[in-house]
Ligand binder design. Structure first.
Ligand SMILES: [Mn+2]
Length: 326
């Protein structure tokens, strides 16, 4: 299987840009997930091939340590330690609109050119060169296409990063975004030396005892709305019990794991009075639209938003937004 022509064209532009420029800032969206981290680190490995200088900067104070087996993870720097870097150009992954970089947006000098690699519906046109494909399972898949087209030899470290992004964003090859191309690419990556069981275990089956108990609390709290079409899983700040976000995020997938359920919400009080919401859809409801109504966004079938305030004030508004589409 060959990469699509559109991928070949944008990949060639990106490769030319990389070889002509230096001092890159690499970044991805706030609350970096598996694909965000993996795609940025895969790009860092691409820049390693070219002997380029780069700074992998994330807005988050802490990056999910489940992904620390990926090469260059230790090079990630926090926004706060990144002032006064000699940045000349930017490669931004998994970001549909520039504001999703959080404060990292301020590090990109006004005149520097930006490359965007992404698979979300476009929010704003901030890049000089775009590789955007909403049909791609993950941004990491698109980084694979670039590596593939570059003719560079993909080693086991690059392979691990890309496999991580794909397995993460496809929910272990189970979500509707999973394609034959993903299976093809991952089979290549396994040939190169990736161990699927090792990566799956690190990401999905290495929870703490406490985190699994908290998942149990979330399941016990489950509520059903709109005649069972919407399932809500809620955890208060106390119930969150200081768990890492990543360790309980599986609750978002449980919210659509019920017969008859169409849309699922996992709502948690991340800090007192501050909530994060993950949306999942397994029907025509576009949760990207729903999340956008509350300042968030994402994909058609998986999205998120956050809000200050009380669950009881916010939930009826969210349900109303979903009801409009049902
Ligand atoms: Mn992604």
């Amino acid at each position: 299987m060959k990469a699509k022509q559109a991928h070949i064209d944008s990949a060639n532009k990106i490769l030319e840009f990389i070889s002509d420029n230096d001092n890159f800032i690499l970044s991805a969206h706030v609350n970096a997930d598996g694909d965000a981290v993996a795609s940025v680190l895969a790009v860092s490995m691409l820049l390693d091939f070219y002997n380029k200088t780069y700074f992998a900067v994330f807005n988050d104070q802490q990056i999910d340590s489940r992904f620390n087996y990926i090469k260059n993870f230790d090079k990630i720097i926090n926004y706060k330690d990144s002032l006064n870097l000699p940045i000349q150009s930017a490669i931004i992954c998994d970001v549909p609109g520039l504001h999703r970089l959080g404060d990292v947006e301020n590090l990109i000098p006004e005149k520097s050119k930006i490359i965007k690699i992404d698979h979300h519906p476009i929010e704003d046109e901030f890049a000089a060169i775009n590789m955007v494909d909403t049909k791609a399972s993950s941004t990491s898949q698109l980084v694979y296409e670039i590596l593939d087209i570059s003719g560079l030899e993909i080693g086991v470290e690059e392979a691990k990063a890309i496999y991580t992004g794909i397995v993460y964003d496809t929910g272990r090859f189970s979500f509707s975004n999973t394609t034959a191309r993903d299976m093809f690419i991952c089979s290549k990556l396994i040939e190169i030396g990736v161990s699927p069981s090792d990566i799956t275990e690190r990401i999905f089956f290495s929870s703490s005892f406490k985190a699994l108990q908290t998942i149990g609390t979330g399941l016990a709290n489950m509520e059903s709305f709109l005649d069972g079409a919407v399932i809500v899983i809620y955890l208060s700040f106390n119930e969150m019990n200081n768990n890492d976000q990543g360790e309980v995020e599986e609750l978002a997938n449980y919210s659509v794991a019920i017969r008859g359920g169409k849309v699922g919400l996992f709502m948690r009080e991340a800090n007192p009075g501050f909530h994060k919401v993950s949306f999942r859809s397994k029907c025509h409801v576009d949760v990207n639209k729903v999340a956008k109504a509350f300042g968030g966004g994402g994909h058609i079938r998986a999205a998120g938003c956050k809000f200050e305030g009380l669950k009881d004030e916010m939930l009826p508004k969210i349900l109303e937004e979903i009801r409009k589409q049902l």
